[in-house]
Design a protein around this ligand. Structure first.
Ligand code: DPP
Ligand code: ZN
Length: 859
């Protein structure tokens, strides 16, 4: 398969200033008439051929300047037209079958609805076009179709006209005045109802807002609407960005490959990130809705007004927009809790990417299939890299840089380099060496040594970075580390300092310390790196209780547990050491449970044990079932040792009535933590409490966490609760997804058997990505089940990939990375995982998506 290289970028040979699209809609035969104004690009290479990308399309009729034209040919799936001059009008007709489009890319049918997904390369499945983000066009769209089947007809921009046609049809015309790349095109037609509201922008433009859903779902759209309005206000207040059309529409569909899509003026969402009410959505779901609504809205500037020159620049819009949505959510709730959640996601999803076979820089140098690069690296690490700029400059100067970026590149297709340059110029900072964060893959490791002589403290910081595919040797990065040194006696530090490590090794000195201090480093997680520092277990207990940086407090707790578990998993721990380690963790947790100054949301974060994926990252190679067993063993011990405190906590929090405020959400989070720790320690007590919580639940957070705990236990209450849950929410697709996920992700020793049975359940379907992920992604990340001895888990996931690939390659390819982690597990399992990858590789036909991931995973 061809490899596309960033270095090979050439400007487009032709520009398309305008496109008119006319859709004759039907579920299985939609006719698309496209009219392109094409102009030779003075900045492009000279050619008489116009190459238009297509994917599984047939050109029905081609005209040039209104006349039938025969000088064209197909080159692979592209249409190549010979043109005599520099400016022409091209007409092309295509016919597509949305119902047959199981890939959910391009124009597809979802439950009688027609909708589009064009990022990254879906537009070429609708019509022939230079389907690349640096070709910006003004779109005029006309669509017509059966009035009963498609009462609502939507596209980008503003509606300009509509009317009735013959034979119970109607039509609508839309015009989007903002030039845009094809990936931002959208069309939706179907039977939908709207929740409407409005927003008045800072300059007095009244914007009509609508969230379109299926009838019956509109009551569950208020939270999304509130989130949208808050996002519009926040982007004005913080980034000075105003909305630029009279209409902003959102449509929620249940069949969707990703989370949502920022099409200009017409965002299309997975229902999962729109629908929420207390009975069916957890607190986590509410946060996700708020975050994704904001994310897509923020793309209107970081993505749409300034778009990407090519797909190698994806992090230009995604990293920046993730940072913006993280900042927004932090402002809406608890900044430290949000920071901890974001770091947890980074460590669970991105660190393993950085250390695995699919590692790539946030701005990749090559790809085979761009869909494979919508990754935690491009998104979440991309956000961390820009966040480091804010650490180096402060928010005020950073915002001068972003304002300059938006002014300078408005209406353009820009590069990551353009962004960095604008921050340099606007914020007044030199980022020459910092640019390596865009170039080098891998998570830097920083080792700290501390010396204390007289009243002087010396910190020696050394950075290293492991080789990654294609990058055997790394250059030193710029690593900003917020640091404080604490006096043990007073419990105070001497003022936080920003240490900027930009050499392989560097020494920093501090005066005025009569005694050796306690080191608090990488506070707020100011840099996305791994730290090894001389902080004793006692010091970690001290920091967990006293650090004034909430993230550092969390981190101290995590490190205390990580170190203990890593030693336990490695088998280098004596019984006495195990007892001492557990005692330290138990004391620290006990103190957190008793600390009256802590709010409950933050308390909940401090009590969550480090995840298995992050633990695995700390080990060169480990038996995943050992990681699981040691982590569960510690949990059980904490459940037993602190039993009275967990029981009291569960009692106290159960008395807090439901609301969405922080205190009530904190209480729900702690109820879950209490049950999770009690379950392995006292299954009968935990089951009784979980059953009571399930039966009396007024909201999905309480109900789901109770069911999760019951599901993990082999108790009589388990089956009854699962059956009740299924009955109660039958027909609600998003909640039934939870029912699948809870069982597939369960700690229950029979999870594999349960998953095999669930794959045969009448509610299971391979056609719906949410359902596939609910069952199989939950299983693939359930280490104790997926890695069970004998390799059955690997076989099941490989079978899934092979069966899903012809249906939905994009979603199928997402599962490959779970098998690609073979270098991190014991040799027996590694061989079994490789064998499954090889079985996939040997399949007679594979999508480009799966082929790329499998080939790279075997290297
Ligand atoms: N561009 C989309 C996003 O918001 C991806 N589907 O991330
Ligand atoms: Zn995005």
């Amino acid at each position: 398969p061809p490899v596309i290289h960033r270095a090979d970028y050439r400007p487009p040979e032709w520009l398309i200033p305008q496109i008119a699209l006319n859709f004759a809609l039907s579920l299985d035969a939609t006719k698309v008439q496209s009219t392109l104004k094409v102009r030779r690009n003075p900045a492009g290479d000279a050619t008489t051929q116009l190459r238009l990308n297509g994917d599984a399309l047939e050109a029905k009729a081609i005209t040039v300047d209104g006349h039938p034209h025969n000088d064209w040919h197909m080159d692979g799936s592209d249409l190549v037209i010979d043109l005599p001059g520099d400016a022409h009008d091209i007409g092309i007709e295509t016919l597509i079958d949305p119902t047959a489009n199981t890939q959910l890319s391009g124009l597809y049918a979802s439950n009688g609805l027609l909708c589009t997904q064009c990022e990254a390369e879906g537009f070429r499945r609708i019509t022939f076009f230079p389907d690349r983000p640096d070709v910006l066009s003004v779109y005029s769209v006309r669509m017509s179709g059966d009035k009963a089947a498609f009462p609502v007809l939507l596209s980008n921009g503003n509606p300009t006209d509509s009317g009735d046609g013959p034979d119970d049809t109607h039509w609508a015309e839309w015009h989007d005045p903002w030039p845009k790349p094809s990936y931002l095109f959208a069309l939706v037609a179907g039977d939908l109802v709207a929740n409407r509201d409005s927003f008045t922008t800072m300059n007095g433009r009244k914007v009509s807002l609508a969230i379109y859903v299926r009838a019956g779902d509109e009551e569950r759209t208020d939270h999304a609407m509130r989130s949208l309005i808050a996002s519009m206000k926040w982007d004005e207040d913080v980034y000075g960005r105003e909305y630029d059309l009279d209409i902003f529409n959102i449509v929620a569909v249940s069949d969707f490959n990703a989370g949502a899509m920022e099409n200009k003026g017409l965002n299309v969402f997975n229902t999962r990130y729109i629908l929420a009410d207390p009975e069916t959505a957890t607190d986590g779901d509410y946060d996700a809705v708020e975050g994704v609504v904001a994310h897509e809205y923020f793309h209107n500037w970081s993505g749409n007004r300034v778009t990407c020159r090519d797909w190698f620049q994806l992090s230009l819009k995604e990293g920046f927009t993730v940072l913006r949505d993280q900042q927004f959510s932090a402002d809406r709730g608890s900044p430290p809790v949000k920071r901890i959640e974001d770091v947890r996601v980074l460590r669970a999803a991105q660190f393993p990417e950085d250390s695995g076979p699919l590692a790539h820089p946030i701005r990749p140098d090559s790809y085979q299939e761009i869909s494979n690069f919508y990754t935690a690296t491009v998104y979440n690490k991309g956000a961390e890299v820009i966040r480091m700029m804010t650490v180096l400059t402060g928010m005020e100067r950073f915002l001068k840089g972003t304002s300059l970026y938006f002014d300078r590149h408005d209406g353009e297709a820009a590069t990551c380099e353009d962004f960095v340059k604008a921050i340099e110029d606007g914020a007044g900072i030199d980022l020459a060496q910092f640019r390596r964060w865009y170039e080098q893959a891998g998570t830097p490791k920083v080792t700290v040594e501390m010396a204390h002589t007289g009243s002087t403290v010396t910190l020696t910081l050394t950075q290293t970075m492991a080789p990654t595919p294609g990058q055997p040797v790394k250059q030193p990065m710029v690593i900003p580390l917020r640091t404080a040194l604490f006096d043990r006696a007073t419990g105070q530090h001497h003022g936080e300092e920003l240490l900027v490590l930009d050499q392989p090794s560097q020494t920093f000195t501090f005066e005025g310390f009569a005694d050796a201090p306690v080191l608090s480093i990488n506070r707020g997680f100011s840099a996305p790196v791994e730290i090894t520092a001389p902080i004793t277990a006692d010091d970690l207990v001290f920091l967990a209780a006293h650090d004034d940086d909430p993230f550092a407090r969390y981190e101290a707790m995590q490190q205390l547990i990580v170190r203990h578990l890593v030693a336990a998993i490695s088998g280098t721990m004596s019984d006495a050491e195990r007892a001492a380690g557990r005692a330290a963790i138990g004391d620290a947790m006990g103190a957190i449970l008793d600390d009256t100054a802590l709010d409950d949301l933050m308390r909940g974060e401090l009590l969550i044990l480090p995840g298995e994926a992050y633990l695995a990252e700390q080990l060169t190679r480990a038996d995943p079932t050992r990681i699981f067993a040691e982590r569960e063993g510690l949990k059980r011990w904490l459940g037993e040792t602190l039993k009275d405190k967990w029981l009291a906590l569960h009692d106290r929090c159960s008395a807090v009535p439901y609301s969405l405020d922080a205190a009530a959400r904190g209480a729900r989070k702690l109820k879950t933590q209490a049950l999770v720790h009690l379950a392995p320690a006292d299954p009968a007590e935990a089951a009784a409490r979980a059953k009571a919580q399930y039966d009396s639940a007024t909201n999905m957070t309480d109900r789901q966490s109770a069911l999760m705990v019951l599901c993990s236990l082999s108790v009589a209450e388990r089956e009854a609760a699962l059956a009740d849950f299924h009955d109660r929410f039958a027909g609600n697709m998003l909640v039934i997804d939870k029912w699948f996920s809870l069982q597939a992700g369960s700690l229950n020793p029979n999870a594999t058997e349960h998953v095999k049975a669930l794959a045969q359940h009448p509610d299971f379907t391979m056609a719906n990505p949410n359902r596939v992920r609910a069952l199989w992604m939950a299983y693939a990340v359930n280490a104790q089940a997926f890695h069970r001895e004998g390799g059955e888990g690997y076989r099941l996931i490989a079978d899934l990939i092979l069966r899903l690939d012809p249906i939905n390659a994009n979603v199928a390819a997402r599962f490959v990375s779970s098998l690609g982690r073979w270098k991190k597990v014991d040799e027996t399992r590694a061989a079994l995982m490789r064998a499954e990858l090889e079985r996939i590789a040997a399949a007679p036909t594979l999508s480009r998506d799966v082929r790329e991931q499998v080939t790279k995973s075997l290297e």
